[in-house]
Write a protein that binds this ligand. Structure first.
Ligand code: ZN
Ligand code: ZN
Length: 411
């Protein structure tokens, strides 16, 4: 028997380094994970440099690599990917940005970079869409609210560059600087000018918006300025279905990850109750994967919470969330004719609070897979597995071969 379908599960930042709290074990080693360990025992394991040894990946570059789109060729900054994930369809050449709603005082200084962690900014966004006019620049724009204080912006027009600075002063008590071109290229100057005009016009709209007047009355910081960053120019991505001959979906709460899936042509399946945090509804996510496999051949699913715990340096919280993941994913083992690939996109050591270049564990389990002797899914045990040490870009070819979708090289 040969499997025909693939579940590609990325446990974001689940990989770690030895933690003193666990007597030198990693959170993944310290966690009780009977399901992951069973998958490891039934499958072939390894460790993986998602980009290359010694390269410290972002989630975005790592996911591109895992999907077989080398980031050195395809990565164009976070902005276009976030924009796509926020519901702005990015055509090649468009310039995308990530935005924050923030609070500025009368003197023009930033007093809250997240506008009191405001939620539900849709009314503000629609006022910006209606009120801002960039036709003098011959530029069209799209603007969409994201989760919480976040939003995404995109420009479409001739001769726009993406090498521009940010107006985020990164610290409170400072005035947001003007956006400036980072090169002498007139295209970058043009984009910087459009950005500054957009910020000026949107600020005027936000200043008088009833929602902000209401927030002031309630003693809440108004969302009266936009901070733009992560500028990038949308590139051309060969559609996943053409590249691999597989229909596919992406299930991810983080807009950056769903955006990556969407730019390569995976269908984004939103799942109510998923948050991209440790309070996410894991059962709902797993149920959505099972449902999706009835109509698609490939499902990319990202579970984010362990990365967050790693960034916060909370080893116990990370271990507990890993145990919650383990309990939730059992139904994936029962799907017939399906390969299950489980890995991480990078290591997020609690001791660092950021990503490191340490390789991540990986397991492939399903029909036709030559099981090795590894009995546990963790950073150390998987290093003795049959996949040995691979790179992120190797995983899709290996999976395609296991479902008999590769072409023979030679006669
Ligand atoms: Zn990540
Ligand atoms: Zn991270």
């Amino acid at each position: 028997m040969t499997a025909r379908k693939i579940v590609y599960m990325v446990l974001d930042g689940i990989s770690d380094r030895p933690c003193p709290q666990f007597g030198g074990l990693t959170p993944l080693q310290a966690a009780r994970t009977p399901v992951l360990d069973r998958f490891a025992a039934e499958g072939i394991c390894g460790i993986m440099d998602t980009i290359a040894p010694g390269v410290r990946p972002g989630s975005d570059t790592a996911h591109l690599s895992l999907l077989g789109y080398p980031p050195e060729r395809y990565y164009t900054g976070r902005g276009p990917l976030e924009a796509e994930g926020s519901g702005i369809h990015m055509a090649p050449g468009m310039i995308g940005f990530r935005c924050n709603f923030a609070t500025i005082d009368r003197a023009g200084r930033i007093i809250d970079r997240r506008a009191g962690r405001i939620h539900h900014t849709e009314l503000l966004s629609s006022a910006i869409r209606e009120g801002v006019d960039l036709t003098a620049h011959d530029v069209a724009f799209r603007f969409e609210s994201g989760a919480g204080h976040r939003a995404a912006l995109a420009f479409a027009g001739e001769g726009l560059g993406d090498r521009v600075s940010s107006n985020d002063p990164k610290a409170e008590g400072r005035e947001p600087p003007a956006i400036v071109p980072l090169t002498d290229d007139p295209a970058d100057k043009r984009t910087a000018d459009v950005c500054n005009d957009f910020i000026r016009q949107s600020r005027q709209i936000l200043l008088d918006h009833p929602l902000n007047l209401e927030r002031l009355e309630q003693g809440l910081p108004p969302a009266n300025i936009l901070l733009l960053r992560g500028a990038g120019k949308m590139g051309h991505f060969e559609p996943f279905s053409e590249r691999y001959g597989l229909s596919g979906s992406v299930i991810a709460a983080a807009t950056l990850i769903s955006g990556i899936g969407m730019v390569v042509g995976l269908e984004h399946i939103p799942v109510p109750g998923t948050t991209g945090s440790v309070d996410t509804d894991l059962d709902a996510k797993v149920a959505a994967v099972v449902r999706e496999l009835e109509r698609k051949e490939f499902v990319l699913v990202n579970i984010k919470g362990a990365d967050e715990a790693g960034h916060d340096g909370k080893a116990e919280e990370k271990r507990d969330f890993i145990e919650a993941i383990d309990a939730a994913i059992e139904p994936l083992g029962a799907i017939e004719g399906c390969l299950l690939a489980i890995c991480s996109d990078h290591t997020t050591p609690c001791s660092i609070g950021d990503h490191s270049a340490d390789p991540v564990p990986v397991v492939i389990r399903g029909e036709g897979v030559r099981a090795d002797r590894v009995q546990a899914f963790d950073e150390i045990a998987c290093a003795e597995g049959g996949l040995n040490r691979i790179r992120g870009g190797d995983l899709m070819p290996i999976l395609l071969d296991l479902i008999n979708k590769t072409h023979k090289y030679g006669a």
